[in-house]
Ligand binder design. Structure first.
Ligand SMILES: [Mg+2]
Length: 126
């Protein structure tokens, strides 16, 4: 596929496009648990793509896209925009794992992962 000719769209408009397709083909009835089980198969396909001796970035990204599309099904089952929750979660994570605080801990000798653990404990009030 010629990527140069594709313009990107906000996640919400992609989710709506997927919803239209799902309504036309399946009547829009998705059971979140069944979607989850299908997603686990896609997660395994992603792992296999990443695990290959000769990794193909396009294959890895295609399998990643399969997972996002299944997440659209779950969001659509609840009539909610996935994009909103992604934005909300990114903001929360940015606050929780503030890069300045991470850098400060790393400068004190923590590894980045240890720093995240410290900030997680602080966030949870442990
Ligand atoms: Mg797949």
């Amino acid at each position: 596929m010629e990527r140069e000719n594709i313009t990107t769209q906000p996640l919400t408009s992609l989710q709506e496009k997927q919803k239209e397709w799902d309504l036309a083909v399946f009547g829009g009835l998705r059971v979140p648990l069944n979607v989850y089980l299908r997603m686990m198969e896609e997660v395994d396909e992603l792992r296999q793509a990443i695990d290959k001796e000769e990794r193909r970035p396009e294959e890895i990204l295609e399998e990643s896209a399969d997972i996002v599309i299944l997440l659209f099904f779950i969001a659509n089952a609840y009539n909610q925009p996935l994009e909103f929750f992604v934005q909300q979660k990114l903001s929360k994570n940015f606050e929780k794992y503030n890069p300045d605080k991470v850098q400060e801990l790393v400068s004190q000798g923590y590894s980045p992962n240890e720093a995240l653990q410290v900030l997680k404990e602080q966030w949870n009030g442990d």
